[in-house]
Design a protein. Structure first.
Length: 390
């Protein structure tokens, strides 16, 4: 649902995922609903963007929509090469609609692999729908106070980072967004699924698979993530053999995660490094393995990467009704945090250490934690956020 002043990036599966036009031989009801510019892979190079004579080049449609009364673009099936800059302002692209045929039929690849395939800057009330973004350093980049809703978007084989949402004023709603097979850069680092820096993001459905270093990073004291029904699986270490974390919440960012699945991570499936309020409920954690360090399913620490031991009252964590099955070391590890833990089921830890409290954690709830005679070492290191050129 579109809201005035909100940038919306969505896949209209109900409109054309059956498939229905424009996925079929004609444009059909989707284009008849209101005036639109049209793009097809088999179009005449001299097309005018009409339904009968569509554009061949996607960027031509974006330029035609700039500041125009008609800001709806319908993209047919096929693979299109473009770097699209969706700029805000009433005479630019506010109110743009970019509708594809679905992730299986409409694919965008970048002309310049170093630049985002879709970059949204200070824009509002924009709808992008129904496509896969394949390749490129950072296929989706939203920043500058943009407000966006992104649903049913597939990002495939990005290099460095699948998507970036940069704040502090950007607000994005993700639904059924998936990132798959993120590649490391030439230095063997990064390879993130997504990076949220200072922005406010909700995310329901979809997830990240086969990333490196971290699947998703939330960073900065104005950053929040409200996530549900995610599948965050199989994060590999970087080129140096370190990390391989699922979700990392750091720098006083906050997160609420519910009804989600974490599986096959290294070092930690969920890592809170100086987090803001962190709530994890009704989620499952399967098979957390050690890389250079760790092998703990959930780690929340109030000790920074320089070893400073901060006030536990600054870091709040709540774990409720989660199931952890298989971790090389501990199921849950708290350091210098104030936490509530209730009704979490933990089994199959490699060392038999299910719930560990150390370094002054203040705990309540019905889960029982133990203090080991020797503290378990934690790799307390922030992962570097990577942003493409602005």
């Amino acid at each position: 649902m579109r809201t005035k002043g909100v940038v919306t990036i969505a896949l209209m599966a109900t409109a054309c995922g059956q498939p229905k036009p424009p996925c079929g031989g004609d444009w059909g009801g989707l284009s008849e609903a209101e005036p639109a510019w049209h793009v097809r892979a088999d179009a005449n190079p001299d097309g005018d963007g009409s339904e009968r004579d569509p554009f061949l080049v996607l960027s031509d449609a974006l330029e035609a929509a700039r500041g125009a009364d008609v800001r709806r673009i319908i993209v047919g099936a096929g693979t299109f090469r473009a770097n699209l800059d969706v700029d805000g302002g009433p005479r630019r692209h506010d109110g743009l609609e970019l509708l594809g045929c679905g992730t299986e039929l409409t694919t965008l690849e970048p002309t310049d692999a170093q630049e985002p395939t879709i970059r949204i800057t200070e824009a509002s009330d924009v709808l992008v729908s129904g496509m896969t973004l394949r390749g490129g350093a950072t296929p989706l980049f939203i920043w500058g106070g943009s407000e966006a809703e992104v649903t049913e978007l597939h990002i495939d084989e990005p290099r460095i980072t699948g998507f970036v949402v940069d704040g502090p004023l950007s607000t994005v709603d993700l639904g059924l967004v998936t990132v798959e097979d993120t590649q490391m850069d030439d230095g063997g680092q990064f390879g993130y699924g997504g990076v949220i820096t200072g922005a406010q993001v909700t995310w329901s459905g979809g997830g990240v698979s086969n990333a490196h270093s971290a699947a998703v990073i939330i960073d900065g004291d104005t950053a929040t993530l409200d996530a549900s029904d995610l599948d965050i699986v199989s994060t590999q270490p970087n080129g140096a053999g370190a990390f391989g974390r699922g979700l990392q919440v750091q720098g006083f960012a906050g997160a609420t995660v519910s009804d989600s699945r974490f599986a096959d991570h290294r070092d930690a499936a969920l890592f809170g490094l100086l987090p803001g309020p962190l709530v994890v409920q009704d989620s499952t954690f399967e098979s957390t393995l050690a890389s250079n360090e760790g092998g703990d399913a959930i780690v929340v620490t109030g000790i920074d990467d320089r070893g400073a031991r901060l006030d536990p009252a600054n870091f709040q964590a709540t774990l409720e009704r989660n199931t952890i099955d298989g971790a090389d070391r501990a199921g849950v590890l708290f350091e210098r945090v104030t936490a509530v833990a209730n009704d979490n089921v933990i089994m199959g830890t490699g060392t038999g250490q299910e719930r560990i409290s150390q370094e002054g954690a203040v705990l309540s709830g019905n889960d029982v934690f133990v203090v080991p005679s020797e503290s378990l070492e934690v790799l307390r290191e922030a992962l570097t956020s990577v942003e493409p050129p602005k």
